[in-house]
Design a binder for this molecule. Structure first.
Ligand SMILES: [Zn+2]
Length: 427
């Protein structure tokens, strides 16, 4: 029970009020502290990369907590931990909720962990209060989220066989890693689900940005996960002597790149909205103090909830870059590195989350997710909703990542409410 917070009450047909239970705040926070021991590092965070010994040990602890919540966890062929709680209507598809417990190297104690442990806490609260749902519920802990949503993409059918040879942060290939945590890649096809196979998916997560903390808002209602496009940009000029080539005779690829970096920032900021654009890597060739750079390789990354806006920005950047090149006889060429389409959340799920927060007396605000999540894979299969809680100072993927215990309890209660409301509302 959190201070001043009443359980959400809804009038029943009998005239009595239905009072939904609240999660046990001390328990979820003590589980969070216990999980932070697996892969704990001296900086105060964790290095629990997927397929490491720490990851496997943390998963074992999580499955023990699931059993304490009257669940029977299983490991699917992709290595995801899934526990099913039966519903009263066998004709209905399951409502899924959960997150991940793997971390980036030198990560924090909240990214993924909050949503995974809150999902278990919700199931335990249901068990303790004998809550039965119409839909079957599936509590999930996805494997290797940080390496590229491997577990959830195996389920959504987006994982390519060639990706199994990729080497993960643990040093193991994805294939070896899945075997290490109890999966079986030879049967990966069997975990695939298709559109309509799930009634809905919820994920509670830390914001990983500073909007909720700055705005003193309790809950973020995620409007969607942004689409990401990345390009490698090659700028070609003419390599020449830095002492003997007059300033007006130069085809300096690095000078054009400098103008390009400034232009990208200007173009992205010139349109209203929350889109972002970044030049994150740059290398000049041959890279000597006394040589005018003949070639530069840099990157361009654009993100927005609206894939069309990304294309519009890219087209503007292309046009302006050509003009920049024309100033000093240099050329720009682009190779697409990576594309991830935007995954909007479902409007019904957004309303369910906002109503759940309001019913608990919590403030909420709609916002995009600038980071990727397993929820974007689940959005391929059915209605998806994501709940954010504040990240203090907007810090994440760092040992300094922090969310207040009361915010974690708030998030878990919103998740509980959202699951119950979705159970009533969704077919
Ligand atoms: Zn995460």
């Amino acid at each position: 029970m959190i201070g001043g917070l009443a359980a959400s009450a809804l009038p029943l047909r009998s005239g009595r009020m239905r009072v939904d239970p609240l999660v046990t705040g001390e328990r979820i926070n003590s589980h969070l502290t216990a999980l932070s021991e697996f892969g704990k590092n001296p900086q105060g965070g964790v290095s629990r990369v997927a397929y490491s010994d720490f990851d496997r040990a943390g998963r074992t602890a999580v499955m023990d907590w699931m059993r304490a919540a009257k669940l029977e966890p299983t490991i699917d062929f992709a290595g995801n931990i899934i526990a099913r709680r039966p519903g009263t209507d066998p004709s209905l598809k399951p409502i899924l909720f959960g997150s991940h417990i793997d971390s980036v190297p030198e990560g924090g104690n909240y990214d993924g962990d909050v949503g995974s442990l809150a999902a278990i806490e919700v199931a335990q609260t249901f068990a303790e209060h004998s809550v039965t749902t119409r839909h079957p519920l599936e509590i999930v802990v996805w494997q290797n989220e940080e390496g590229g949503l491997y577990g959830s993409r195996a389920v959504s059918g987006q994982l390519l066989p060639s990706e199994l040879k990729n080497v993960s942060s643990s040093g193991k290939t994805i294939e070896q890693g899945i075997a290490f945590i109890g999966g079986d890649v030879s049967k990966l096809d069997q975990v695939k689900r298709k559109k309509g196979d799930i009634a809905g998916y919820f994920e509670l997560h830390i914001e990983q940005g500073g909007n909720l903390d700055t705005g003193k808002i309790d809950i973020g209602v995620v409007e969607g996960i942004v689409g990401i496009k990345q390009w490698e940009v090659t700028v070609t000029g003419f390599q020449n002597h830095a002492g003997t080539t007059a300033m007006d005779q130069r085809h300096d690829a690095l000078l054009s790149t400098a103008r390009f970096v400034e232009m990208v920032n200007r173009v992205v900021r010139s349109i209203p909205g929350r889109q972002v654009g970044t030049v994150g890597r740059i290398q000049a060739f041959p890279g000597a103090p006394n040589v005018i750079p003949g070639k530069v390789i840099c990157t361009l990354e654009l993100r927005d909830l609206d894939d069309k806006k990304v294309e519009t920005m890219y087209a503007k950047i292309l046009k302006e870059a050509t003009a920049i090149g024309a100033q000093n006889g240099t050329q720009f060429a682009y190779v697409e590195l990576h594309a991830n389409v935007a995954a909007p959340s479902d409007p019904r799920m957004r309303k369910i989350i906002a109503d759940s927060a309001a019913g608990l007396g919590l403030s909420s605000r709609g916002m995009p997710s600038g980071a990727g999540h397993d929820a974007q894979a689940m959005a391929q299969l059915g209605p998806m909703g994501m709940i954010f809680i504040p990240s203090i100072g907007g810090i994440s993927h760092s040992p300094k990542e922090f969310s207040r215990p009361k915010d974690i309890v708030n998030g878990a209660n919103v998740l509980l409410q959202a699951v119950l409301r979705a159970d009533r509302a969704l077919s």
